[in-house]
Unconditional design. Structure first.
Length: 364
């Protein structure tokens, strides 16, 4: 793919702000390309970061056709930059697009766009622990029409944001409110797709959780309201007796998490058994109370591993591991982030090293 690179400001705040937050700051450049049935994907370019101009009748505003992804670039200890399992994010982006009736992007072209943009903006990759350069690819419908149908024209863009830990407290347990009245997604719906409608529908319950002093929502299945689904925008796992990690099986309503898959592949090498199965909420509450569940945690790109300290459900409060990060979550977090930042050898071939001096790329 030929990418036209326009001139852009080369300003980088040095040092980057001490409190980066999550998605507050953005780099100087972004990638854009457009799609039409006649030309396919075309006009690939990297341009100065700027607002988008969209017609008020663009289908994204009326039919909601939009998907996105989230991955990160990490500053290695040798000064180069790691991309972590970006091929899986590109694959999931296309799966989301297909579910929403949208065209896919050639994976090699998508990877080229990400790598080229990150190389140009590599000075924005933070060097401090727990921080990274967040990569957000987006596709949205831009055809001007009020008909209820798939758009024929699309915009694909990628923006970058230097970020700190997703939760301001870093690797500390979060409190979770179990939502019984509201649900996130249903089997056969769009739960497997990263589309904004899934997140929009979660906001009311999330605000309800915050009013209860909690940071995240634990979602139940939409049919019986019995089985655990996800926690916030993350997959969830429970640790039994400090030895076995159990996570809900992918059911059609649960996102195929890249971090989830990494945990399931990594955990056996750290000495833990793994299991994917339907998990009933009442069983979880009972097993926490009797001490069989020793830890719980969320898994996602933003937080990597987020220990769960407390569960609140219909007036019941359950505390896990005395409200402290547990040894299993800690071991997974340390190993995963070690691979991402290049501190731990990558035995899985998950990373792509961008040599910021020579311009070479190494697939580990």
């Amino acid at each position: 793919m030929l990418i036209r690179i326009d001139s852009a400001p080369d300003y980088v705040p040095q040092p980057l702000p001490a409190e980066l937050g999550f998605g507050r700051y953005f780099t100087n450049r972004m990638f854009l390309q457009r799609y039409s049935p006649e030309r396919g994907w075309h006009d690939a370019q990297i341009v100065p970061y700027a607002p988008l101009t969209l017609d008020p009748a663009a289908e994204v505003f009326h039919c909601g056709q939009m998907v996105f992804e989230g991955t990160k670039a990490y500053r290695r200890v040798d000064g180069n930059v790691n991309l972590f399992r970006v091929d899986r994010n590109i694959e999931r982006f296309n799966c989301s697009a297909q579910r929403m009736g949208m065209p896919t992007v050639e994976p090699a072209d998508h990877l080229q766009a990400i790598e080229t943009l990150v190389r140009l903006e590599q000075r924005w990759v933070p060097a401090r622990s727990g921080s990274a350069l967040y990569i957000r690819p987006v596709m949205l419908a831009v055809e001007r029409s009020l008909e209820v149908r798939a758009s024929r024209e699309y915009l694909h863009y990628i923006i970058l944001s230097p970020v700190g830990p997703y939760f301001g407290s870093g690797f500390q347990p979060v409190s979770v409110y179990v939502s019984h009245e509201h649900v996130r997604a249903v089997r056969g719906g769009t739960g497997e797709a990263k589309t904004p409608g899934n997140y929009a529908g979660s906001l009311y319950a999330t605000e309800e959780a915050r009013a209860q002093g909690c940071q995240q929502v634990l979602w139940l299945d939409a049919v019986e309201r019995r089985y655990v689904d996800e926690v916030g925008a993350m997959n969830v796992a429970f640790v039994y007796d400090g030895r076995e990690i159990r996570t809900p099986a992918l059911s059609g309503s649960i996102l195929h998490g890249v971090t989830r898959d990494s945990v399931l592949r990594l955990a056996p090498d750290l000495g833990y058994r793994v299991a994917e199965a339907s998990i009933e909420l009442e069983t979880v509450l009972r097993d926490i109370e009797r001490g069989a569940i020793t830890e719980a945690f969320g898994m996602g790109t933003g937080a990597v591993i987020a220990p769960i300290g407390k569960l609140y459900y219909q007036g019941r409060e359950q505390t896990l591991n005395q409200g402290q990060p547990g040894p299993v979550a800690s071991a997974l977090y340390d190993t995963l982030t070690g691979i991402q930042y290049g501190r731990v050898p990558d035995r899985y071939g998950w990373t792509r090293i961008l040599d910021v001096r020579s311009g070479a790329t190494t697939a580990v």
